[in-house]
Design a protein around this ligand. Structure first.
Ligand SMILES: NC(=O)c1ccc[n+]([C@@H]2O[C@H](COP(=O)([O-])OP(=O)(O)OC[C@H]3O[C@@H](n4cnc5c(N)ncnc54)[C@H](O)[C@@H]3O)[C@@H](O)[C@H]2O)c1
Length: 395
């Protein structure tokens, strides 16, 4: 077993809290299967947020300057949970300092930046992992196994949805998620990327896209305090929303399958609806995050009188679930996916092998997003191969 692994956390908001808790709980859930873990420092532009999160996690160093983490020779892993526009600059500095990186999705604002990070991290031989946490669900490992072992035949169609209602209220404040310079795209980059990550992992590389975006709530009250979903509004001042509330797209895959993906942050009644249906020549799969401990499986070879989707309940037979519970039916939740993510990262560092999903994977998703946005702008099918890189890359 390797030495202790020390990490520095940049960002003490919603995801910062989730990551810090995942590092602590991974040590409990996986016990001797992981190296010892230590949180060395927390950085946040809001000093009080950094202080509170550090102290809650037994850490005695906090700062407003992430460079203190990058430049600390004792730190092995830089964990980035800040808004999207900061990922490129922080990750690039971390790569230059020889740190392994755990970064929230979307990896960057566009695929030109994600390509640079991927190339530089690979050249430096660093382990990277991006927070497409829903892929960590043992239900998705089972889905992948069923597809790869031919149980549903040749995959011919993928339909993915990532709907949420977090922005349904028109008086919910304008936060960094509505600011194109900070977030990039809206629902597409924020949550649509999760549905695209399912398509990428389960069906394969996407070849071309036809996208369509729309902003329904054109302006929102400015935020006067807090960050992200914790922002507080000044109802007397409004600001124009700069990115999509909803994106729809059609997809073709390199292996011949076809598909669609839609995402929305103004989907009334859908709280966090990450759903897919995959149809193959011999069967199908259906999943929804609202019932994340179940996978629906259809086999066309069943006698016609018995055909229908059956529900598989995830349990200790399904790999990493057994680290949480020795018996089926106890369920795992969102934060457990983050614990599995940390296990994946630390195991990869320990064995010096690539983690999944790494920068390479996130770079593919960034290209799909760029192609969808270009397609929506130009109103035509767009092949990923023809992507022209965005004009500027930040230094
Ligand atoms: N994987 C998932 O399921 C998931 C869920 C939510 C958010 N995210 C991603 O996580 C990231 C953070 O989202 P969030 O909801 O936690 O945001 P948040 O607004 O709750 O927290 C962001 C924190 O970063 C701090 N910050 C901003 N700029 C900084 C800088 N330059 N240096 C240090 N700190 C800085 C803010 O003060 C804030 O505390 C985003 O990239 C988002 O897309 C992923």
């Amino acid at each position: 077993m390797a030495k202790k692994i020390r990490f520095g956390l940049v960002g003490a908001g919603w995801m910062g809290k989730s990551h810090a808790s995942a590092f602590r709980n991974a040590a409990l859930v996986f016990r001797s299967r992981l190296p010892e873990i230590e949180l060395r420092a927390v950085a946040d532009v809001n000093l009080e947020s950094a202080r509170t999160l550090a102290l809650a996690n037994g850490c005695s160093r906090w700062t407003t300057d992430y460079n203190e983490i990058i430049n600390d020779p004792e730190i092995d892993v830089v964990d980035i949970t800040t808004p999207n526009d900061t990922h490129f600059v922080i990750a690039r500095a971390a790569i230059a300092a020889g740190k392994h990186i755990y970064c929230e999705k979307p990896l960057t604002l566009d695929s030109r930046e994600s390509q640079i990070l991927t190339d530089e991290a690979n050249a430096a031989g660093l382990i990277t992992l991006v927070g497409f946490n829903y892929l960590m669900n043992p239900a998705q490992s089972l889905a992948r196994h069923l597809i790869q072992s031919g149980e549903i035949g040749e995959v011919i169609s993928f339909r993915g949805i990532r709907d949420g209602d977090a922005a349904v209220d028109p008086l919910a404040p304008f936060s960094w998620r509505h600011d194109r310079k900070i977030a990039g795209s809206g629902a597409l980059g924020d949550t649509g990327t999760h549905a695209l990550s399912m398509a990428q992992m389960l069906v394969g590389d996407i070849d071309s896209v036809f996208g369509f975006t729309k902003t329904f709530i054109k302006e929102r009250p400015v935020s006067v305090a807090g960050s992200g979903y914790s922002s507080r509004a000044d109802l007397t001042r409004m600001r124009a929303v700069e990115n999509d509330d909803t994106t729809l797209c059609m997809l073709t895959f390199k292996n011949g399958a076809v598909g669609s993906m839609s995402c929305s942050r103004v989907a009334t009644g859908r709280r966090a609806w990450l759903t897919y249906e995959i149809q193959g020549t011999k069967g199908g799969l259906f999943f929804t995050q609202q019932r994340m401990n179940e996978l629906q499986f259809y086999r066309h070879s069943d006698p016609p009188s018995e055909r229908g989707y059956k529900t598989i309940y995830i349990g200790p037979e399904h790999g990493i679930y057994s680290a949480f519970h020795p018996i089926p039916g106890m369920q795992i939740g969102y934060n457990d996916l983050k614990i599995i993510e940390v296990h994946e990262l630390l195991t990869a560092i320990e064995k010096n092998m690539p983690a999944f999903p790494d920068f390479e994977f996130a770079n593919k998703i960034a290209k799909v997003v760029d192609a969808i946005l270009l397609s929506a702008e130009e109103g035509r099918w767009t092949a990923l191969d023809e992507l022209h890189a965005p004009s500027t890359v930040r230094e």
